[in-house]
Design a protein around this ligand. Sequence first.
Ligand code: SAM
Length: 451
Amino acid sequence: MNRTTIEQTLASLQTRPTKSLGQNFLHDEAAAAWIVNQLDLRPEDHLVEVGPGLGALTEFAVGQCRSATLIEKDGRLAGFLKERFADKPNVEVLHGDALDYDLRTLFPHGPTKVLGNLPYYVSSQVLFAFTAEPSPVGRLVFTLQKEMAERLSAEPSTKEYGAITLIVGRRWRVRYVRTLPGSVFMPAPNVESGVIVLTPRDQSELPDCDGRLFNRLVKEGFSQRRKMLRKMLAPHNLDWPALCAAIGAEETVRGEALSLKQWVDLTRFVEAHADPEKFNAKAQDVHGEMFDVVDDENRVTGQASRHTVHKEKLKHRAVHIFVFNAKGDLFLQKRSRMKDANPGRWDSSAAGHLNAGCDYEESAQRELQEELGVSAPLEQIGSLPAIHETGWEFVRLYKAEHNGPFTWPRAEIESGLFFPIEVIDRWTAARPHDFSNSFLQSYRLWREKRE
Ligand code: SAM
């Protein structure tokens, strides 16, 4: 959209740019096309745009993707966009606040691309919302106040490097791709803008660490940036020389001099110091586990190791547990990408095999405790036969009610979230490959019993 079109459109809507909504409209069409290009849109993609305004970016994006959701807080502009894109059935315009948007509804679309020339007053909150774990987002292109964009993409030992760099950077790669002068906007803000591209980090890029502890330590470490880190982290009573040796830093170091990897190593050190037993607990020796082997009638006929059971497709037993909160949402876990079976897929709230000699109900309670750190009364929903789709497991499905919070072993579970049933229905139908087969079977069983 050029300047004249923007002015005429605002006039026809009998409105002016609203400062409190951060309305600065982009009138440089070449810049708009270039920004949209950074999203690398594919015909199969779903797009979300935050604050589309009059559609300066949108007009270049909608033709390149399968579908789009536009979230605009200004009712007059949302009304205009609805008319403007009325001939595009796959473009949905939502009149509302992007901070109220339920991101869980995006999971059925697969990794979503997110675009935003963000209103400055709310940009960090929008960024945190869209990057929070687990995120349905595959790529974000945001235009922000230049100072903020520089902070997000900063290198250690610079004045821009801070807690936000590390908290976002631990899970996302952030690239600063372009500076925009105020003059490309109408009205022109008296600051420059920066365009950044965020893509999710691969889990193998950094050692694993407790994200919540990482965020806490980083905030503590940067709360007074001129002070030495030793002083800032003193309340943790750490063996400081040992910590510095472990992370390869001087004992007089300040938080701003540590790289992202060193902050992750520091978190791991603090975690090990706080609870060495838990930290050193190795993932179970899965190959050594013994299971009961059963016949076609689910009667125990002998025992075999996990390895043999799976290799020879011997029938055995497992439990799945569906945990619902008071609202009726179902908690799904995302399996760790380090797992040998179904890595990175979504699964039941908790699930696992029956060890030799154990019964279903005690195994379900054990899994609930081991995987989510809670216990709750269980109700049996039904059972599934041992067939190819269940991995030759006679599964018994239980349900429980619990509102969390849960704590899970990171070697097993990457993240988890309560999802509305309506979202899971759409998600399992659209992207069954996002789920483990035995979850899909269990979910179908639960659906049948409910109807
Ligand atoms: N994308 C348009 C462009 O580039 O010309 C407009 C960008 S303007 C900087 C920010 C837009 O975000 C405005 O249209 C404003 O009404 C909208 N907005 C402000 N706060 C919002 C919020 N909380 N949720 C959604 N949209 C918001």
